[in-house]
Design a protein around this ligand. Structure first.
Ligand code: 13P
Length: 256
């Protein structure tokens, strides 16, 4: 049985005092039912240390993730942060290849693959984002496009390494737009992702892998999305920025 995951992607939101306040609110709301869900907060890098301190003090099982990382361990890469840096600060997860980074910061599948490998080599868990644009969806070949992103992002891993990966399907046309994919649309692509992972790494890895949906997930649509066989949780932007809405998503996963 796969565990559900609710990962909040705070994107470029929350100053340090705001980040402390939100993580403290979530710790205060934490109850033992939440143990059934993998909960991850992916904060801006400047917030990681403070949020780690809150999570560590409260001894909840909420885990910490970064939103991006460079694949080199150190060097002349102004503005970047490395895997050893985010690991040392307490991260166990890192988002890789978010569509905003692919679109706005020119991240390629090759860079995504280098980051995935660097994280796995450090025993960390990448949350690899894939998803098509609206024009790609309208063209009809969105399944080919998304599964090619999966193949490229996970290329060169062995099955033990692939077992550490989480994949998040985030159709770009549903991110921050309020226009969620229907449960059937999301399920179709998440099932194709799992089938691709099965082809690459075998049925055991595919059966164990958490495949998330992201794109305007909210308390109103979460139950119908989680009811799908191949959707194991969410990567959540807007609805993760308030304790009350994120709590509702976690509780839906705990009950699902
Ligand atoms: P929204 O939940 O705000 O649509 O963002 C989704 C997302 O991009 C998470 O990574």
């Amino acid at each position: 049985m796969r565990k559900y995951m609710m990962a909040g992607n705070w994107k470029m939101n929350k100053t340090v005092p705001e980040a402390i306040a939100l993580s403290q609110q979530l710790c205060n709301l934490y109850n033992r039912d939440w143990d059934d869900v993998d909960i991850v907060l992916c904060t801006p890098s400047v917030d990681l240390r403070s949020v780690y301190t809150v999570l560590d003090f409260d001894k909840t099982d909420i885990e910490l993730g970064a939103q991006n990382v460079h694949w080199e361990e150190s060097g002349a890469f102004t503005g970047e942060i490395s895997v050893p840096m985010i690991k040392d600060i307490g991260c166990t997860y890192c988002i890789v290849g978010h569509s905003e980074r692919r679109d706005m910061f020119c991240e390629t599948d090759e860079m995504v693959n280098l980051k995935v490998k660097a994280l796995i080599a450090a025993d960390m868990k990448p949350i690899v984002c894939v998803g098509e644009s609206l024009s790609m969806r309208d063209s009809g070949d969105y399944l080919g496009f998304v599964t090619a992103q999966v193949r490229a992002g996970l290329a060169g891993l062995d099955s033990d390494e692939a077992a550490k990966v989480v994949v998040a399907y985030e159709p770009i046309w549903a991110i921050g737009t309020g226009r969620t994919a229907t449960p059937e649309q999301a399920e179709e692509v998440c099932a194709a992702i799992r089938a691709t992972v099965a082809e690459m790494f075998g049925a055991d890895v595919a059966d164990g892998m958490q495949v998330l949906y992201g794109g305007s997930m909210n308390p109103g649509n979460v139950e119908s999305l989680l009811a799908q066989a191949n959707i194991d949780g969410g990567l959540i932007g807007g609805a993760s920025l308030k304790a009350d809405s994120f709590k509702q998503l976690i509780e839906a996963a705990a009950k699902a």
